[in-house]
Design a binder for this molecule. Structure first.
Ligand SMILES: Nc1ncnc2c1ncn2[C@@H]1O[C@H](COP(=O)(O)OP(=O)(O)O)[C@@H](O)[C@H]1O
Ligand SMILES: [Mg+2]
Length: 498
């Protein structure tokens, strides 16, 4: 009950009922009282006039008029309208109308007010002078038609007031509907917003100024909240991104640091190794010069010389990786012919069964490079790709193109700048690598090949060369799916341009 009372229609109806309960009874009594007194006055005035006519008639009778004549006059007073009683007192004797019942005849009371004694009769008593002795004419008139009329008027009044009450309740209902329906709409929209539908606009279909102002304020609040929400979400995303970037950069720095110290260590060893190797080769050459070429010792020494050459090649590779290589010669030129030449070499070195697909664009910008080292990169990558193919069914793609580096790609590789780059790509459908292998491929001597088959130097050398060319290596690989190596090289003049 209290729940219903504490609503707009509940309050409105209660208030109207209270106001009507207080106002209607006095209104009813005031109206019906006024009507009643007016009607009584009219009734009494009329009767007085009628009575006066009879007094005049009695006054014009001759004093010795017969009782018969007097009774006739009294009868006509009864018959004239609402007469109930008619009598005349002549010197202590009472003559009554013949039309009155005995009951009526006993009625006469000295009550000259309307509605008194509840007998429905209004009495008049007037002196008559024309008769033999002083006389008083007494007349009684029926009040009941007036009472019936008054009852009718009161009933009508009650009907009118009830209809008025119903009408005001109806208007109150309509008013509350026009107020409540936009409020309900606002309520359901707010619920939808709070459960996530933040794009829902708060604009109810109403022209009520208060509702319009309220919904405007709520809508402004919604927009502010949505803005704050959006800002918070962006800020959180930015922070998360920054955190991820920082983490990745740290990992990369750590990785580079490891490669550098490994390079320094391996470079030092290779250097010392070279210092021992060089005099060994020199003494070998001298010894060979002193021996006849077809002697068995010379043959064995020639074998040693060959092995020493391979050892020199290995130490050279280590030095290339550790960038301790003696000043290589940089030239600025297009890589396309350099790559074509390397491909010819690769085709000769690798089995003819290898499905090598080449797409080299001659449109690429020139690059500041050491051509032999670029060829070395291509050879090493193709060699690895070939080795990754389990059987002869796979393919290897080599391509050279100039492509722009997107912000997204540059974001993941701190050494890579946005803008056009010459990209050397080697892709295979081989066995691919897992994350742990990928993590270590550039370390010198890291190999997953059997002992004696791989040196673990191929990619270390590639890494050293690409770093020296201010380039970047991007590797994507998935076990069982294949591997894609992309070498990004800045076009010559890039630095001057930027
Ligand atoms: N294209 C490739 N597909 C799968 N694994 C590769 C690929 N290239 C390199 N690897 C992995 O990287 C390791 C290191 O390569 P590398 O430095 O050339 O040494 P090696 O070839 O002597 O093993 C390889 O042993 C192999 O596990
Ligand atoms: Mg290799």
């Amino acid at each position: 009950m209290a729940r219903h009372l504490n609503t707009i229609p509940g309050r409105l109806v209660m208030m109207l009922l209270l106001i009507h309960a207080l106002l209607m009874p006095p209104l009813f009594y005031a109206i019906s009282g006024t009507v009643e007194s007016t009607m009584k006055d009219i009734f009494i005035d009329k009767l007085r006039n009628v009575a006066q006519i009879f007094v005049d008639r009695f006054d014009t009778l001759e004093p010795e008029a017969s009782e018969q004549r007097i009774v006739e006059l009294l009868d006509s007073a009864i018959l004239s309208g609402q007469g109930r009683y008619a009598a005349v007192d002549i010197g202590g004797r009472t003559v009554t109308s013949s039309l009155m019942t005995a009951e009526d005849a006993a009625l006469f009371r000295e009550d000259f007010a309307f509605g008194e004694n509840g007998d429905d009769v209004y009495y008049l008593s007037l002196p008559v002078s024309g008769l033999a002795a002083p006389a008083v004419l007494k007349l009684g008139y029926d009040e009941s038609p007036i009472h019936e009329d008054l009852d009718g008027i009161r009933r009508t009044l009650i009907y009118v007031l009830s209809a008025y009450l119903l009408l005001t309740l109806l208007v109150a209902g309509l008013v509350s509907i026009t107020v409540i329906s936009p409020l309900r709409w606002l309520q359901s929209a707010s619920r939808a917003i709070s459960s996530g539908d933040v794009d829902r606009e708060l604009r109810p279909d109403s022209r009520l100024a208060e509702i319009v102002a309220l919904s405007d304020d709520l809508e402004r609040m919604r927009r502010n909240l949505v803005g704050i929400n959006e800002r918070l979400r962006n800020e959180i995303a930015e922070r998360e991104q920054a955190e991820a970037d920082r983490h990745r950069l740290e990992e990369q720095a750590h990785h580079n640091q490891r490669l550098r110290s490994l390079g320094t260590l391996a470079g030092g060893v290779a250097h010392e190794f070279n210092n021992v190797l060089q005099p060994m080769v020199l003494y070998l050459d001298l010894a060979l010069e002193d021996l006849p070429p077809d002697s068995p010792i010379a043959k064995n020494l020639a074998r040693v010389q060959e092995l020493a050459g391979r050892a020199k090649g290995l130490s050279q590779q280590i030095l290339t990786f550790s960038r301790q290589d003696s000043n290589p010669r940089f030239v600025t030129r297009s890589i396309a012919p350099v790559a074509e030449e390397a491909i010819t070499m690769i085709r000769a070195l690798l089995p003819a069964t290898l499905d090598l697909r080449v797409d080299i664009s001659s449109e690429c910008s020139p690059v500041r490079c050491v051509p032999e080292q670029i060829q070395q990169v291509l050879v090493n990558l193709c060699n690895n790709a070939y080795q990754a193919l389990a059987d002869d069914s796979g393919h290897v793609w080599v391509s050279l193109r100039e492509v722009p580096v997107s912000e997204q790609l540059a974001g993941g590789h701190p050494n890579l700048e946005t803008g056009p780059h010459v990209v050397l790509e080697v892709r295979d459908t081989g066995k691919g690598m897992d994350a742990d292998t990928l993590e270590r491929i550039f370390e010198p001597f890291f190999t997953t090949q059997e002992v004696g088959k791989g040196t673990g130097l191929g990619l270390s050398v590639v890494h050293g060369i690409v770093k020296r060319h201010d380039g970047e290596i991007v590797v994507e690989s998935e076990p069982g799916k294949g591997t894609r190596f992309r070498i990004f090289l800045p076009p010559a003049g890039h630095d001057e341009r930027s």
